[in-house]
Design a protein around this ligand. Structure first.
Ligand SMILES: Nc1ncnc2c1ncn2[C@@H]1O[C@H](COP(=O)(O)OP(=O)(O)O)[C@@H](O)[C@H]1O
Ligand SMILES: O=P(O)(O)OC[C@H]1O[C@H](OP(=O)(O)OP(=O)(O)O)[C@H](O)[C@@H]1O
Length: 190
């Protein structure tokens, strides 16, 4: 098998709202050669900041779900999220593909992607509350709902879960994640 025929790993970054998933992904993209991020399709209003996403209406989401179909999709926070099938092509030309997933779709993701490395990002409830207030993307009621969901357990039976504590400095979490990911990356695509 030639090196180019091996698909890059899908690297799922998961954890409660406000834990630092987007911040960690942005830092990893700057540091790791050949690492890319898969854009998500979300039924969220456009330009709310944070990640770069394709904003669609509920109707458009439903239509895309039928054709061309999604690699993965789920519902959370009153929104619908999807990973487009383009991710397959991205895996042919990257050292790794980062994607922000719901914890509840991880077993399905493992079945869909094969090589799935999961970065499970954690922080204390107090830290989460403070960060969500600082980020300011959601109103207070929505922040309360997100905090109530924070303790969602990881599904049992996942094969590759790496826990990353982001309670402290972001730089420490980035360093830990980079070290843990190194053995999984496709070095010939840097
Ligand atoms: N280690 C950290 N220390 C301080 N602030 C952080 C840290 N990690 C993330 N943040 C901040 O916390 C807020 C939430 O981070 P974000 O990356 O949007 O989280 P998530 O994507 O998990 O919801 C943002 O304002 C971000 O700048
Ligand atoms: O089932 P859970 O593991 O709790 O995850 C639910 C949703 O929360 C996050 O969304 P989003 O990135 O929109 O929100 P966040 O940045 O506040 O985490 C994550 O990407 C999932 O779509």
């Amino acid at each position: 098998m030639s090196p180019g025929s091996v698909k890059a790993p899908v690297i799922a970054v998961v954890g409660p709202s406000g834990v630092g998933k987007d911040s960690l992904m942005e830092a990893l993209l700057e540091r790791i050669p050949g690492l890319v991020r898969q854009r998500r399709i979300i039924t969220r209003a456009p330009e709310l900041g944070g990640e770069d996403y394709d904003a669609v209406t509920e109707d458009r989401f439903a239509a895309l779900c039928v054709a061309p179909g999604f690699a993965l999709h789920w519902e959370a926070h009153g929104l619908r999220y999807a990973i487009p099938r383009d991710i397959d092509e991205l895996r042919n030309r990257a050292s790794g593909v980062l994607v922000n997933l719901s914890r509840k779709v991880l077993l399905e993701a493992e079945a869909a992607f094969g090589t799935l490395v999961i970065l499970s990002v954690t922080a204390t409830p107090e830290v989460l509350a403070e960060r969500l207030m600082t980020r300011g993307r959601e109103d207070r009621a929505e922040i309360e709902r997100r905090l109530a969901r924070a303790a969602t357990p990881m599904p049992a039976g996942l094969s590759q879960v790496i826990e990353i504590d982001n309670s402290g400095q972001l730089e420490e979490a980035v360093q830990a994640a980079e070290t843990a990911l190194m053995p999984w990356l496709q070095p010939e695509r840097v």
